[in-house]
Design a protein around this ligand. Structure first.
Ligand code: G
Ligand code: G
Ligand code: MN
Ligand code: NA
Length: 251
């Protein structure tokens, strides 16, 4: 309850920030998108802790609206700095996804900020999507028809019906960090990761690995058919300002 109150104040006082983490093509090293991650610098609370509280209290509505708008503003800051357009991937909570008007809300925000739909991507968790497959297909189709690409985030940690996975209009499959972490430790972990990569590829999805923390793990994933990667070994999440230097440093 104390945290809920603090979150309300934080929304009013504009205390949240976004940091950005690059996602790169495994073969060319080229930047494919950047994921936006929320931070609360004034408060010593991680997103892992305050996002669930925001979800339980309904505050994820205004927080999510802010994240979307701020990602749009960042798009123009990077444009103004002369960077080539990089799609920004925004995390959408299952609670936001349950709103019937998510697609309309996203469309209105994009229009208000003058962004093309290709400038935005959405990351949805398995749980959000599998919760109500029929409705998920409808909302995903609406977003897809608008030109927005969609990733299934944290894949492998929720309950996924593999039966339905093939009928969902998704662009990317993001393998959860827990699988990536096991690549170095055991052969069963590698077997599961390999299977997930094959599954995603077979369904025609772009397979993305998150949580890559070492060269050998990146190498392993590349050799086993993973298309894109993200993780501390490539780049840690950083401010929009710092991201400008990181991108320029690679050009
Ligand atoms: O960035 P970090 O590892 O601290 O994120 C912790 C969790 O919070 C992850 O599950 C991540 O998906 C989630 N998260 C980070 N930023 C956002 C956001 O802007 N919106 C939502 N809904 N979740 C976020
Ligand atoms: O649930 P989601 O995948 O959106 O959350 C991603 C979270 O993982 C972010 O909070 C981000 O800070 C964190 N993260 C990104 N790369 C790495 C990594 O290489 N190692 C670890 N431990 N965490 C990472
Ligand atoms: Mn994510
Ligand atoms: Na994830």
């Amino acid at each position: 309850a104390a945290l809920e109150q603090e979150l309300k104040i934080a929304i009013e006082r504009n205390e949240f920030r976004l940091v950005y983490q690059p996602v790169v093509d495994m073969h060319t090293g080229r930047l494919t998108c950047v994921e936006a991650l929320i931070r609360w610098p004034k408060n010593d609370t991680s997103a892992d802790r305050f996002v669930p509280v925001a979800e339980m209290t309904g505050l994820i509505g205004p927080v999510g609206d802010w994240v979307l708008a701020e990602a749009c503003r960042q798009h123009w800051r990077w444009k103004d700095a002369g960077l080539a357009e990089v799609p920004i991937a925004v995390n959408v909570s299952p609670v936001q996804f349950r709103r019937l008007d998510l697609a309309e809300q996203v469309q209105v925000t994009l229009q208000r900020h003058g962004l093309r739909p290709s400038a935005l991507q959405l990351e949805l968790t398995e749980t959000a999507v599998m919760d109500d497959i029929g409705r998920a297909v409808e909302v995903l189709n609406r977003l897809r028809n608008m030109g927005i690409r969609i990733s299934l985030d944290d894949f492998g940690t929720g309950y996924s019906s593999l039966n339905y996975l093939s009928s969902l209009p998704l662009d990317k499959l993001k393998i959860d960090q827990s699988f990536v972490r096991r690549i170095e430790s055991d052969s069963a972990g590698r077997a599961v990761t390999d299977a997930v990569i094959v599954l995603g590829r077979t369904l025609g999805m772009t397979v993305v690995a998150e949580g890559i923390e070492s060269g050998p793990v990146l190498e392993y994933l590349r050799e086993h058919g993973c298309h894109e990667g993200q993780g501390y070994f490539i780049c840690k999440p950083m401010s929009g300002e710092a991201m400008i230097d990181w991108i320029r440093g690679r050009e």
